[in-house]
Design a protein around this ligand. Sequence first.
Ligand SMILES: Cc1cc2nc3c(=O)[nH]c(=O)nc-3n(C[C@H](O)[C@H](O)[C@H](O)COP(=O)(O)OP(=O)(O)OC[C@H]3O[C@@H](n4cnc5c(N)ncnc54)[C@H](O)[C@@H]3O)c2cc1C
Length: 564
Amino acid sequence: MSIRIGVFICHCGTNIGGTVNVPEVVKYAATLPDVVHTEGNLYTCSEDGLSSIRNQIEEQELNRVVVASCTPRTHEPLFKKNCELAGLNKYLFEFVNLREHCSWVHMTQQDDATDKAKDLVRMGVAKVSLLTPAEDLSTEVLPSSLIIGGGISGLSAALTLANQGYHVELLEKRDRLGGLLRDVNRVFPSNVPTSDLIDPLINTVLKHNNIRVHFQAELIDVKGFIGNFTATIKENDGTGELKIGTIIVAVGANELKPEGMFGYHLFKNVMTQLEFEQQYRGDYSGLKDVVMINCVGARTDDMPYCGRFCCITAMKNAILLKEADPEAEVTILQRDIMAFGKVFEEYYQEAMQVGVRFVRYTVDRLPEINGVGNEANKVRVYHELMGRELELNADAVILTTPLVPAEDNQTLSRMMKIPVGNEGFFMEAHQKLRPVEFPADGIFIAGCARYPTEIVECISQGYAAAAKAAAPMSQGRVVTEALIAKVNPVMCSACGRCVEICPFGAIDWTDVSVSPKHTRRIAAVNQAECKGCGLCAASCLSSAVQLKGFTDEEILAMVSATIL
Ligand SMILES: Cc1cc2nc3c(=O)[nH]c(=O)nc-3n(C[C@H](O)[C@H](O)[C@H](O)COP(=O)(O)OP(=O)(O)OC[C@H]3O[C@@H](n4cnc5c(N)ncnc54)[C@H](O)[C@@H]3O)c2cc1C
């Protein structure tokens, strides 16, 4: 069948029409090979424009469509869907970006912009003639999820999924659930005992029919892709395999142990906030003078981030000390107070009202801890506002340290090809727009594994990750675009560049038989994991990897069209 191309050129109001002479480009497009219909529209994306495309596909028997308009980012799916409605395979559609690649960048050069628009349309026409039809890819999604980490984030995610009827495999490396919170005495801002909050949650998880908890279990390997992961785990001295559709990483974080700082390990009454909460558990007898030092090991050159809730933790323990004994002298030495939002600002006010003293120190004059034997008894600090040194008595010195990444993050990152940032915490796909997702499909993140955060956010992120994981599981299948890479087995030289370069781990080795007795190792693309980024195709020296919709032939046809 002969190629019959329709070209629709949009004014995009004045966005394109104000710079490019659209009628002239429409006339020019009609002269291009295989173009049987051209038209200009004020807005091709309007119902008038879309119905015109559908009508022309039918009346003119168009089997290829080019739209030259604003941006493929928002409008390409719309035009592709429109082609499908008229019975034309959506992969026979080509988008030419006349707004961002032409009119917006050449606003003051109208004639040149019109010439460039003609070039771009010519390139689009050259490419669309070579496009071939394709079908979206569809993969089954198993209705079960692996949650790594049984802290509050993992527990919240597990219950959300289990209550929706999905099976959950909850992996906890320790012999107990609850994570860090098991060692926290009370929780701000209500200061209720932590056990009131966490114990009912743990009991519900342990009793839930849809949740299987693996204690003292370790993830050894993960293979597969969204919908069909196979996780190998080690537990009870044996290994086992779990088949799951989605994964949630909720491995939390650890409190920094401030080795060598502020007399920690030199004096037995210098401790971290977590150690204080574990040791005293609300019985503060013998503590008349307490000094806390905030930002220990945080906001430094080595560890530049803010621990986010450390200030509030210090305030909590200071308020609890003052409530137990209003006569106690409790001083928080701080660099800045981070009490974000309404609740924490009020909490800060409350701490001041009950008589907690806040003293600002600076990094160039750090507080000094002195003691007798292995007991600290004095803290010297330079009071910035008073302009002099203070000497504070201390029955205990409590160091407020930030959370640091969990020890297995790098291993898990390599295993699942999920990124970690400079600090060692896991990095979401997009800080603003995709906060609980990884770039790899079907793997999600929640809680302090992502960044230190307090429990309200951990719970919200647990819910969010569970909702995200439930979406493909409820559909039962995931549908992905057919614009993915493919390896030509005959041309593959097995150099391994594509395997190395693929950011999604979508290319691996496979053995193909070349004779009844011999096999050859070549690269193969896993369709469900490929995102069609094209890095493999661009790096393949033997042109064995081709990206559907952007093959060498199609790209070279566009390049040739530019020199016509
Ligand atoms: C001193 C202190 C006081 C705090 N006080 C408060 C407070 O008053 N109010 C408040 O809102 N927040 C408080 N927090 C913060 C709170 O503890 C955290 O927000 C919360 O515990 C984080 O939950 P999570 O599930 O993300 O991580 P975690 O609690 O760290 O849980 C992660 C779990 O994953 C497990 N795990 C780790 N690696 C693996 C692996 N490879 N495989 C399997 N399992 C793994 C861990 O053993 C752990 O059980 C405090 C924190 C500290 C340090």
